[in-house]
Design a protein around this ligand. Sequence first.
Ligand code: UD1
Length: 423
Amino acid sequence: MDSIVVKGNGALSGAIPIAGAKNACLTLMPATLLSDEPLTLTNAPRLSDIATMTQLLQSLGAEVASLQDGLVLAMSSHTITSHTADYDIVRKMRASILVLGPMLARDGHAIVSLPGGCAIGARPVDLHLKALEAMGADLDLRDGYVHAKAPGGRLKGAVFEFPFVSVGATENALMAATLAKGTTVLKTAAREPEIVDLARCLRKMGARIEGEGTSTIAIEGVDRLHGATHQVVADRIELGTYMLVPAICGGDIECLGGTIDLVGAFAERLDAAGVSVTQTNRGVKVSRKNGRVRAVDVTTAPYPGFPTDLQAQMMALLCTAEGTSVLEEKIFENRFMHAPELIRMGARIEVHGGHATVTGVPKLKGARVMATDLRASVSLILAALAAEGETVVSRVYHLDRGYERVEEKLRACGALIERVKAA
Ligand code: UD1
């Protein structure tokens, strides 16, 4: 297995291009299953999760061509040749469940394996299933698979209130509702920018949707959707991650392609910690000149709150802050697996259930550490950039699921970072 070796070398400065959003792309890709005409995505990120979704769609009979070095995905689902999403692909990535709603809506039946993905908590898919059941789906859970059928071959519009916010369940229900008979109203819907991006793309395909970006989305089902071309929104989690580089190391970095409104709650916490964040006409510029950042408290919440996907990276920063910070994780249980690894680097962290108390130290120290999930892995790289000496991060396959060319982007700002290929 590859590892990444980092030598902390002080302040970093430069410009980092922000890719299209992994999580947006992973929900836009299954939207191809809703139409027999081509769907083309531009600004796609080059990531192993995208390759996994490509493989899954191809296994269902969709054509997916990766063009322009992976930046463009030209997809076509003229016919769905298999309605079974197999365990061997689905177990690699939880977002695979997003093929369920579109297949069921288009052809009235689908069989999808229950998913795997990052080991952050239990992460069930009951809300996805409840929303589809409200639209009339008959669901049967057998042998690790969801067997779904729409009576009469078509889902029906329904009013469905999610008991709490789920990004994936909102996406699955939204896609399914576009082809249902009648109107669907989704209440307590997720408001994430990825939902807004999906709704925009579906609208280009002919869907009738109102209210995306608010907690009530109304969808009037249509008989068929057509082809479209859509540009994937910028990755707000990659943006936030690179905004933390000058915050933790000192220096000045302009993230090219993002906007502050994508990461409002996060940018506000950075500002409170004493980091300067400004919008430029090319992106977001972040700088920290002298001294340490101040401790700040952080509580994760659904959008527009502080994203859980930036909690691990923020913890790395707060490990070096002046004072004590409390981080509260409200979205996923068991999402502090990076804490023991940061402690190996000299951090002072105590975890009690859903809270972590972090007392900043003046300097972290390089160590051998292990990536436990996608965001944890990049938090260790951030810590390593600011640490004294050499850090070796192993199990970096997690990183490749969500960050493209991370070493190249950081080296361009002066970081000493390289990938060591497994023998
Ligand atoms: C998406 C993102 C992920 C991010 C998360 C929260 C993708 C591909 N992934 O994941 O990076 O961390 O949003 O912002 O977009 N839950 C249930 N039942 C369900 C569904 C969810 O109990 O049927 C729970 C989850 O266990 C979790 C919470 O709801 O505690 C929120 O999860 P959800 O918003 O669904 O996350 P994902 O869509 O899986």
